[in-house]
Ligand binder design. Sequence first.
Ligand SMILES: NC(=O)c1ccc[n+]([C@@H]2O[C@H](COP(=O)([O-])OP(=O)(O)OC[C@H]3O[C@@H](n4cnc5c(N)ncnc54)[C@H](OP(=O)(O)O)[C@@H]3O)[C@@H](O)[C@H]2O)c1
Length: 321
Amino acid sequence: MAKKIIAVMGATGAQGGGLVKAIMADKSGEFTARAITRDVNSDKAKALAALGAEVVAADIDNEESLKKAFAGAYGAYCVTFFWAHFSPEKEQANAGNMARAAKAAGVQHVIWSTLEDTRKWVPLSDNRMPTLQGKYKVPHFDAKGEINHVFTDAGLPVTFLNTSFYWDNAYMFGMGPAKQADGSYTITFPMGDKRMSGMACEDIGKCAYGIFKKGKEYIGKTVGIAGEHLTGAQMAEKYSKGLGINCKYNEVTPEAYRGFGFPGAEDLGNMFQVYRDFEKEFTAARSLDVSRSLNPELQTFDQWLAKNKSKLLPTVEVKGA
Ligand SMILES: NC(=O)c1ccc[n+]([C@@H]2O[C@H](COP(=O)([O-])OP(=O)(O)OC[C@H]3O[C@@H](n4cnc5c(N)ncnc54)[C@H](OP(=O)(O)O)[C@@H]3O)[C@@H](O)[C@H]2O)c1
């Protein structure tokens, strides 16, 4: 019997890459992956083809290209790329492109990788944090949550997937242990003593695969996923043990974090503040049991750390150099 095709946006990236690999690793499964990329000749695209995935070209900014890429697919994994452009409006236009393409293709299950519109907790009138880009508190969250409706408005069978902070940001975006003058290390977050929902980024794709496999049960539902909910102090302790370093949690205020000056610092400062102030809501919306039921290989922080030690150690050493 022909396998059902899952068309995967961002297939050469963190979320989509995890999904393509999960689908192709399940040789006896009912699905196969169609990896969508702008460049079918890149090394990452070729690596996916080597796994047996069909690799096709499309651009999220081009609806017609998405229609072709989704044609004949049973399912579509839809994700946007905020950090490539920092534009909430572009993210929303991209979500619309994907929704219309999925509708035109008649896909039977869409997963939309989204996040909460934080303005339900922190309205624009709330001055605990600045309003950004005119009408957002956490632009890369709010824009996604605000546009959820394009999928339901189109009448699509959709699952809304609320993801979590990637632990992999440690080596991908310099959010891991940083060496101090005295040889010790710190991780810096404005989280107070509150827990943050995090996960190995590859587990997002694996959970998404679990949702596609369960099918109908998840259509029309919102699912939150995480690998573990940890405080900064707990993460620092785990880094210390796992990497054999002396790592402490450096708690800063959200205001200080917003002032760090790197691109997106204000957005992330606000995000961490919302995570901190609404810890109960965020963690309750991301059940570890549900995540594990979707992906039995779900990693804890310790497991992720052990698996990624070779990526983390050079970061630690380079920062200390
Ligand atoms: N970092 C976190 O902790 C975190 C947590 C939760 C959610 N998120 C969200 O995750 C989203 C990004 O997902 P990700 O981390 O999986 O992305 P990613 O690893 O940056 O990968 C994105 C992939 O998408 C492709 N891409 C970029 N622009 C494209 C375009 N115009 N058309 C088609 N494909 C394009 C690129 O592939 P090609 O170059 O091959 O085309 C790239 O490899 C963001 O919106 C972010 O807010 C991030």
